[in-house]
Design a protein around this ligand. Structure first.
Ligand code: GUN
Ligand code: FE
Length: 417
């Protein structure tokens, strides 16, 4: 693959504490990887990033592809009513491939225009439309994971499988998805209320035996947590039940994690699982505010997620803004000891924090995958623009122009937009 350099103002985070920034530098890419950030150009062409900030591609650790169709609607209910009244009826439509194609094409088109390069996505229980989703995302040039959702209990009759069918369809999904390269399969039990113990055990074993990643939901909403306590009286906690099923490990994403107790935070940290922090969704569905500072202090891996359609926006820049905002409210209202997220920390979570789930992704350190976004820099609009640092210009654009600001995007060194 060709070598090239991107010339401009470059900014990234290597740890949550602070930004690294180089003005008028060269981001050198070779064989799809970052070689260096340098004052001199590397081999090959130079792409001028004039009027842009050069940032790492961002990772959306959790979203529901079939819910994009109603993103921005039905925000007046909490999780369980919202699922029953709006989400399940919509997901029931994805046995229809032509409907699914329209919806998934629209999702891919919007994802392509944003700053997201990596995704971990829920489809529906329908294997064929979920395979179609993989194909659409792969053709769009994105990278990441898609899961066929498993549901064998407490679900409407138009969106439920038998335990046997759920396992057989997961097998079929895994074997038919072998043809994709950049979009890979992920085992996807929806959450404990939708999946019997026996299905969960089998899926946990399948993931372990085949070294597959796994995604689900944990501790999102108080009624859901109570329900799981009734469903799993044998377990100490919601997180402990997932651990019993063999589902907590470094290749696991647990979405939300708004209400974990200290023992669950310990389980998350010890297992190396990733929390998909979904601040917009947690606000829209009145779920609460996840204890992100506690996660970070206890060594839990955290990334950011839109959780569309709990979240109404696909913009990871907006998630950065929202993660900071809700952390300030938590600090003010509940936990005066838990410092709010700083801008560099939230940017880290959206880039290297979540990107680490996919490998060496989300930073410009040598050897990282060349996931690069040229973000339109509108900070010249401000009266004080001549005095702004690169970090300030990034903050301005995240807060003022979180949507629709991408000029070019590269995944593993391939230009996709
Ligand atoms: N828990 C189980 N299913 C869902 C879903 O579709 N969205 C959200 N936000 N939480 C869930
Ligand atoms: Fe979700």
């Amino acid at each position: 693959m060709a070598a090239f350099s991107i010339h401009g103002d470059i900014i990234w985070t290597e740890n949550p504490g602070s930004f690294k920034a180089v003005r008028n530098g060269y981001l050198i890419v070779e064989n799809g990887k970052v070689k260096a950030v340098s004052a001199e150009k590397g081999e090959g062409d130079v792409i001028e990033a004039e009027g842009a900030l050069v940032i790492p591609g961002l990772s959306d650790l959790h979203l529901h592809a079939p819910q994009f169709a109603f993103a921005g609607l039905y925000m007046d209910e909490e999780l369980l009513d919202w699922l029953n009244h709006h989400t399940f009826p919509e997901e029931g439509k994805y046995g229809d491939l032509s409907y699914a194609k329209r919806a998934y094409d629209a999702l891919a088109a919007e994802l392509l225009r944003g700053a997201t390069t990596r995704v971990s996505v829920f489809g529906t229980i329908h294997t064929d439309s979920t395979l179609m989703l993989m194909e659409i995302l792969e053709k769009a040039g994105l990278s990441g994971y898609v899961g066929k959702v498993c549901m064998d209990r407490n679900s409407p009759d138009y969106l439920v499988e038998t335990t046997e069918d759920s396992l057989m369809e997961t097998e079929r999904f895994l074997s038919l998805s072998e043809r994709f390269e950049e979009i890979r399969p992920i085992i996807t039990p929806r959450f404990i209320p939708s999946c019997s113990d026996s299905l969960m055990r089998s899926l946990g074993t399948m993931a372990a035996e085949r070294h597959l990643p796994l995604q689900s939901h944990l501790d999102e909403n108080l009624s859901e947590v109570d329900w799981v306590r009734e469903l799993c009286p044998w377990s100490q906690s919601y997180a402990a039940a997932y651990r019993e099923f063999g589902m907590l490990g470094p290749r696991t994403i647990m979405a939300h994690c708004v209400w974990p107790d200290d023992s669950e935070i310990k389980l998350l940290a010890e297992s190396g699982a990733f929390v998909a922090h979904s601040p917009s969704s947690n606000t829209n569905l009145s779920s609460g505010i996840a204890p992100v500072r506690k996660f970070l202090d206890n060594g839990v891996h955290v990334g950011l997620a839109t959780d569309v359609a709990g979240g109404s926006s696909l913009s990871m820049l907006r998630m950065i803004q929202d993660a900071i905002g809700v952390s300030k409210l938590r600090w003010r209202f509940e936990e005066s000891l838990s410092r709010p997220l700083r801008f560099a920390e939230a940017f880290y979570l959206a880039s290297k924090g979540g990107g680490s789930f996919f490998g060496r992704v989300g930073s410009f350190e040598p050897g990282y995958d060349a996931d690069i976004v040229l973000l339109r820099d509108r900070s010249a609009e401000t009266v004080i623009s001549q005095d702004l640092s690169i970090e300030e210009r990034l903050e301005y654009n995240v807060y003022r122009h979180p949507e629709d600001t991408v000029m070019a995007k590269f995944v593993k060194g391939r230009r996709i937009f």
